[in-house]
Design a protein around this ligand. Structure first.
Ligand SMILES: [Zn+2]
Ligand SMILES: [Zn+2]
Length: 238
């Protein structure tokens, strides 16, 4: 359209990472794309950790066989590395909210696999953080996912009970204790949870303590199962 042409000329789309001009407004340039490592099979059917060999049958990693996660499934689009870490920082702190469109596009195939009745629920930010940052990056990803997949999205169903301190520098156990009681269900939205399949949306999966605490709260309130979709995943994470 003419108007888009004019906008393009005035405000050309730029690569989210290095800033050179690109044609797609929600993309990286070819060179930066090379540093984005997508998570592809063979991987564990449950937690999506890479497995050494492809197989015809369903495969589970050793950890999921002995100690299965609270999630029905975990899927992530990309490995967390310097490039994807930078992309998350830009979304979180530099106001590059268009990045959420790119991330949602990369998660859409995983969300679609869970059926159209599944409900998209972002990991919430505490309202005090919300005030400072003005938006929740996971909610933005969930919202764009909902536009792509047609699945419903509810950013209000889960609430943070207390402002959790920064988890940096804590051990896995300490993080678990900190966030274990951090979430509650918004009563006005509770009815939606009965027997529901919930797709929990996060930007980065690190130790998983936060998303596990969300899942516990949702299951206790009547959800049938929880699928965790995180855009990036720290590869050493459990
Ligand atoms: Zn670039
Ligand atoms: Zn696994």
């Amino acid at each position: 359209m003419m108007i888009n042409k004019i906008i393009d000329t005035i405000l050309p789309s730029r690569c989210f990472s290095c800033g050179i001009i690109v044609s797609d407004p929600f993309a990286l340039c070819t060179s930066c794309w090379q540093d984005v490592k997508f998570l592809t099979p063979p991987y564990c059917d449950i937690c999506a950790m890479p497995l050494p060999f492809p197989s015809e049958e369903a495969q589970k990693c050793g950890k999921c066989l002995t100690d299965p996660p609270i999630f029905e499934r975990i899927r992530a689009a990309v490995q967390y590395n310097d490039m994807t870490g930078k992309m998350v920082m830009r979304l979180k702190y530099a106001g590059q909210i268009g990045m959420a469109v790119l991330m949602a596009r990369q998660l859409a195939k995983y969300a679609e696999q869970e059926g159209e009745e599944a409900l998209l629920v972002p990991v919430p930010l505490h309202w005090t953080r919300m005030l400072r940052r003005t938006y929740n990056q996971s909610a933005l990803i969930a919202q764009h996912l909902s536009t792509i997949t047609g699945q419903k999205y509810d950013p209000f169903i889960l609430k943070r009970r207390v402002a959790t301190k920064s988890l940096k520098g804590m051990s896995g156990k300490q993080r678990g204790e900190m966030v274990g009681r951090a979430f509650e269900i918004n009563k006005a939205h509770r009815a939606k949870l009965a027997g529901a399949t919930i797709i929990l949306i996060d930007d980065v999966l690190t130790s998983g303590a936060t998303s596990r605490a969300c899942a516990k709260t949702l299951l206790k309130a009547g959800a049938k199962n929880i699928i965790l979709l995180s855009w990036a995943r720290v590869m050493s994470a459990a």
